[in-house]
Structures are given as structure tokens and as C-alpha cells.
Design a protein around this ligand. Structure first.
Ligand code: CO
Ligand code: CO
Ligand code: CO
Length: 308
């Protein structure tokens, strides 16, 4: 076993031979959008993301379904499964099975298996002094989803956020494979700062974040200032605020965005400083325009994130 329960990472990794290791992960959740077909796509993109975050290539997947069969039309389930299947096809991953149970609340997700060379596994650890931090999707999906539930988002914004959540992290992972990446994770429920906290705690290093470089979905700031912040953002803050130092210019609304739980968020790529500009240019060239260098690894304060 290369990566297991002893450390919280995106997925488990088990070495099979000297040049082959298997990555396993599982993820499922309640609907994040009203449209069942898009929900299926988002759930699949989210489940696959942990394989990409380990630097691996997903190969097979199994559906996990909890469905309120007495209250809901089976056609809804069919659309969810179709969305999931179409996303797997896009990722060139084979659906090999699945399991469903009756439940009061609808849930859908997948368990995914992928491959990687045992020496190329990217975990949340291994930060090196001077490393540059690249984020590949803009923040704010939790806040926008809260606004959608409140009926405050227009159709254009709903469409933008839905596509963003359904977007695979595949391209970003393929591009980063050519670069000296030291660590990687994907930004999901713990928010940007929650996931960065996992990287920095016990690393012997610190992280400096540059607030003016962090990509944010348009309108997320507006909605956050209206108080449309999901409960998870406050839980994330409570859990990790001891690890974060905000400079006095960072207001509360911006802090909420940094703690906002993301659904199927982007990769956080920690790359050697000599190649960061190059990698960023390659990501932009590969139709990932929101990618940005948002921070760097510093020698101190150790175990802390400083937001300036
Ligand atoms: Co993850
Ligand atoms: Co996950
Ligand atoms: Co990783």
C-alpha cells in the first residue's frame, strides 16, 4: 500500500508491480442541481476528480445509487445514470457495474479505479520551498448554488456554474503530467483554505496566498455580501481558522469565498517554481482560461497559510 488510511488523501493507492499501482476512490452526494442529467454528469466528474488529483488515469467505475423509488419517477434515475455514463465516455472510463438501494433521499456517485506509476503518485504532502500553487477552476460554486436555491441566479449564471461543476479535471491533469509537480489535490467540500490546510499542516512549510490573483466566479462576491453563504463555509472556517492568518485588508466576505465548499472544484497543483509560468501558459493554451498562480510555498510560518 502506497497511500492508505493513515493519511487523509484524495484516494487510496496500492502497488501491483514495480511499474503499476492501482488508485481507488469513492464519492457520492445529494443533488446539487435540479436537472437530473446534469446532476449525473457532475457526480461523475466529481468522483473521477480524485484520480486526477493523484496524477492518475481513471479506467473503470461503478455506480452508487440511493433512490426514493416510491416518491420519484424512475425516468429521473434514468437521466441521472445517462449523465454519469456520458461523462465517463468523455473521460474514456468504462462503467463495469453498480449497486442501488431504496432510500428516502436521492444520492448518486461512483467508485472509480485508476492506474498510475508507483513513483509518480501525487499526494497532498511533499511541498517544497518556493513551489507555486496553481488553481484550475474559479471559486464560488457553494455560494452560487445557495443563490440558485434562493431563486436569485439568472439562467446564464446557472448554466455557467453547472458546466463548471461538470467539467472534468482531466485536461488539467494531462497537462501537469509533463511538469515537476510536487503535490496535488482537488478543491471540494472543505473549500480552498480547508484543502490547503491539509497540505500545509505538518509539512514544515508555510503557504502565502495572493488574494488578488484568486479566480472567482462572477457574482459570487455579490451573493456572499448578501449573506448567501452555505453553512459548510462556516463549518470549514471553524475547523481551520487556527491555520490561517488573514492580513487586515482581507474582508469577511472574501474570507467566506476562501472557505466556500466547492462541488467538483478544480485541481490545486503545487509545481516547482522554475516551471510554474510554463505550466500556467500550457493550461491556458489547453482551454483552461481560469487557471491562475494564486500563491507559493514559503519557509514560514510553518504549518500556516497567510492570505495577503
Ligand atoms: Co479530493
Ligand atoms: Co473526493
Ligand atoms: Co493528490
Amino acid at each position: 500500500m502506497i497511500v492508505g488510511l493513515d493519511r487523509a488523501d484524495d484516494a487510496g493507492v496500492y502497488k501491483i508491480t514495480d511499474d503499476l499501482a492501482m488508485i481507488q476512490t469513492v464519492d457520492f452526494f445529494t443533488p446539487v442541481v435540479d436537472d437530473p442529467y446534469w446532476f449525473g454528469q457532475i457526480a461523475a466528474a466529481n468522483a473521477l476528480s480524485d484520480i486526477y488529483a493523484m496524477g492518475g488515469i481513471p479506467k473503470t467505475a461503478m455506480n452508487l445509487v440511493a433512490f426514493p423509488v416510491k416518491q420519484m419517477e424512475l425516468s429521473i434515475l434514468r437521466q441521472i445514470l445517462q449523465g454519469g455514463l456520458d461523462k465517463l465516455k468523455e473521460a474514456e472510463v468504462v462503467l463495469v457495474g453498480g449497486h442501488s438501494v431504496e432510500d428516502r433521499e436521492l444520492k448518486f456517485g461512483m467508485s472509480v479505479t485508476g492506474f498510475i506509476h508507483p513513483d509518480r503518485v501525487l499526494t497532498k504532502k511533499n511541498l517544497k520551498m518556493g513551489d507555486q500553487l496553481i488553481l484550475t477552476k474559479p471559486l464560488g460554486t457553494g455560494i452560487i448554488n445557495t443563490a440558485i436555491k434562493g431563486g436569485l441566479a439568472d439562467t446564464d449564471l446557472i448554466d455557467t456554474v453547472t458546466r463548471l461543476m461538470a467539467m472534468l479535471n482531466r485536461k488539467a491533469a494531462e497537462v501537469m503530467a509533463d511538469y515537476p509537480v510536487h503535490a496535488c489535490t482537488d478543491i471540494t467540500g472543505f473549500g480552498l483554505l480547508g484543502h490547503l490546510a491539509e497540505m500545509v499542516v505538518d509539512s514544515g512549510m508555510g503557504i502565502r496566498l495572493f488574494s488578488n490573483r484568486i479566480p472567482i466566479i462572477s457574482k459570487a462576491m455579490d451573493f456572499a455580501s448578501m449573506g448567501l453563504v452555505p453553512g459548510g463555509a462556516y463549518e470549514n472556517r471553524k475547523f481551520r481558522q487556527a491555520v490561517v492568518e488573514f492580513s487586515s485588508s482581507i474582508d469577511n466576505i472574501f474570507q467566506d469565498i476562501l472557505f466556500d465548499p466547492q462541488t467538483s472544484g478544480g485541481l490545486m497543483i503545487c509545481v516547482d517554481k522554475t516551471c510554474a509560468g510554463d505550466l500556467l501558459a500550457q493550461l491556458h493554451k489547453n482551454s483552461l482560461p481560469d487557471c491562475a498562480i494564486i500563491g507559493e510555498v514559503s519557509s514560514e510560518p510553518t504549518g500556516k497559510i497567510v492570505v495577503v
